[in-house]
Design a protein around this ligand. Structure first.
Ligand code: PDD
Length: 325
């Protein structure tokens, strides 16, 4: 697939066009972004992503350079140019190009965008056979050190980047972020818990990103008659949890097998700031298991099945998903 890139009004051939040195996106992280998954050539839940982007822009007072229709045209044109039916489209809107000064400039906001291939979703029957013969990835619990406006999909991702690096070093799927004992979300996804057949996930307030996949999975759960509680869990609640999964545009629904915390960081989950561990030697003594899966997931598997059925219907061109507001 050809690389598809777009910067400030023009499609670009390759990643060679330099971003101007005075672009506030790279000088200040002064911007927001979105990512939409493309299935069968169709951007999935695009209206919901555009609505969230509008909220992010409004929250930090960046002017939206396009109306809804122009956004849809731009994204569809980029997907069409890529010729790739299974992809992700990332785009950023920054406060523009202006001499370095913290104060908002009068510059126009700037849009950049890329389209990249994304492997198709795993078939639904490839779902977890059970903990013994098919171990599921862990989460590592990590202090949530982000600012208090995590609902803004800011390009300023430093705490997320550090948390994800820790997860990567520990071969974990994600870092599960904990704000003074309360589980918020993960470094790049929302987190869900199942207790006695009922679903729990953090409510949408300023401390989490209101995930588009989260919103879709809430609908799937309600359609399936699974009781849902938009209620935050404490670390201490994990002892009663039966299943854990995470959701995001790129990970879809990913079941989790274990939640661990590096012993050196345990304190930090409650109050103290954390350090990036210089070395995380993977000996068992250095980790504390906070939760371990004991039986194959049932609620998560059902939702995953429903999710993948929807995706296949889109890929086969059977449905253009009607978006509810
Ligand atoms: N990340 N929470 C955080 C902190 C995220 O970065 C993401 C998504 C989510 C899930 O949101 P959604 O379902 O809309 O993808 C929750 C994307 C995939 C990313 O930055 O690549």
């Amino acid at each position: 697939m050809p690389f598809v890139g777009y910067y400030n009004g023009e499609f670009i051939e390759s990643n060679t066009t330099p971003v101007p040195i005075e672009e506030r996106g790279h000088q200040f992280g002064d911007g927001v972004y979105e990512v939409v998954r493309v299935y069968g050539g169709r951007p999935f839940l695009l209206d919901w992503h555009l609505e969230r982007m509008e909220n992010s822009l409004r929250a930090i007072q960046i002017a939206n350079p396009f109306d809804r229709h122009a956004w849809v045209e731009l994204i569809n044109e980029a997907v069409r140019r890529s010729g790739e039916p299974e992809s992700t489209v990332y785009w950023q809107v920054t406060r523009g190009i202006a001499p370095r000064n913290h104060v908002f400039p009068s510059a126009n906001s700037v849009v950049s965008l890329t389209v990249r291939p994304q492997p198709p979703a795993k078939p639904a029957n490839d779902i977890e056979a059970g903990p013994a013969d098919h171990p599921l990835p862990p989460l590592v619990a990590w202090p949530d050190e982000r600012w208090s406006n995590a609902f803004v999909k800011s390009i300023n991702l430093l705490p997320n980047v550090i948390a994800k690096e820790v997860a990567h070093r520990l071969h974990a799927q994600e870092a599960m972020l904990v704000r003074e004992g309360t589980i918020t979300e993960c470094s790049g996804s929302n987190v869900w818990f199942v207790k006695h057949g009922e679903l729990y996930t953090h409510p949408t307030n300023r401390y989490i990103l209101p995930g588009i996949t989260r919103r879709f999975v809430l609908d799937l759960a309600r359609e399936s008659g699974v009781p849902v509680h938009e209620q935050a869990l404490q670390l201490s609640d994990l002892k009663d949890v039966d299943e854990v999964f995470v959701t995001s545009t790129t990970q879809e629904i990913q079941m989790i097998g274990e939640i661990v915390v590096p012993v050196s960081q345990e304190q930090a989950l409650h109050h103290l700031p954390s350090d990036i561990p210089s070395s995380l030697v993977e000996s068992k003594e250095e980790f504390k298991t906070l939760w371990k899966m004991s039986a194959a997931p049932t609620v998560g598997s059902k939702l995953k099945q429903k999710f993948s059925e929807t995706v296949h219907r889109i890929q086969d061109g059977e449905v253009t998903l009607a978006v509810r507001n």
